[in-house]
Design a protein around this ligand. Structure first.
Ligand SMILES: C[S@@+](CC[C@H](N)C(=O)[O-])C[C@H]1O[C@@H](n2cnc3c(N)ncnc32)[C@H](O)[C@@H]1O
Length: 207
């Protein structure tokens, strides 16, 4: 595998030295888009949150700052992401407000009907089957709980389609694809937004 392909493939499951570099880059590189996404959470006050595919843990940290009374569980199937997210959120872990666990979104072992909010930033491209994974998210959300997805790709932009050809197992989705899978997985209301200038999307679904 060429170095470039190897490096960009670290977005799917960070491992080794290149994975470490990628995690550092993701925390800063996704910040603007993630903050734009977080701005869509206006009328809810969640107590128990889960961030899925947490990567380096920056967005879990932002959720803890946005909701000072909340507790955040951060999940990732990469050992390295878990390590980095723990390091990033160490103070909050010590304070008992954050917990980082290794886990796969396609078979979540979290307690059922326990979370008010689940978030997924820049990660669903790699999930093995949207409907199956969204059903797992629905399973751990409380009735009336919310699931927010934020992607830098709206499923049609040239850059992301190029990366889809390079990174094995990556798939870009349109808001229509995501909405259909959410409905199939049992979510009732789905609201979507597209950034005015960039191909960024936010999808907010209610269980
Ligand atoms: C591009 S990174 C995004 C990380 C972070 N959410 C952010 O916005 O910076 C994708 C992350 O999703 C994780 N991931 C991908 N598929 C997963 C799955 N099935 N279960 C858990 N984590 C997954 C990867 O290990 C990686 O850390």
């Amino acid at each position: 595998m060429g170095l470039f392909k190897n490096y960009v493939s670290q977005t799917r499951k960070p491992e080794g030295i290149l994975g470490k570099m990628m995690l550092q880059g993701m925390n800063s590189g996704h910040a603007k888009m993630a903050d734009w996404g977080l701005g869509h959470l206006q009328s809810i006050d969640p107590e128990n949150i889960v961030d899925l595919g947490c990567g380096g843990g920056r967005n879990a940290g932002e959720l803890l700052r946005k909701y000072p009374k909340a507790r955040v569980t951060a999940i990732d199937y990469s050992e390295l992401s878990v390590e980095k997210a723990k390091e990033y959120n160490q103070a909050m872990i010590t304070a008992g407000r954050c917990c980082v666990q290794q886990g796969d979104v396609s078979s979540l072992t979290l307690p059922e009907e326990s979370y008010d909010l689940a978030t997924a930033f820049e990660t669903i491209y790699f999930w093995p089957g949207l409907t199956q994974c969204f059903s797992q998210v629905a399973k751990v959300l409380k009735p009336g709980g919310y699931f927010m997805i934020c992607n830098e790709s709206d499923g049609t932009d040239a850059t992301s389609l190029k990366f889809e050809k390079i990174i094995d197992g990556m798939k870009n989705y349109t808001v229509e694809d995501i909405t259909a899978a959410l409905k199939e997985a049992g979510f009732s209301k789905v609201k979507t937004d597209h950034h005015k200038k960039k191909p960024w999307i936010t999808v907010l679904a209610k269980k």
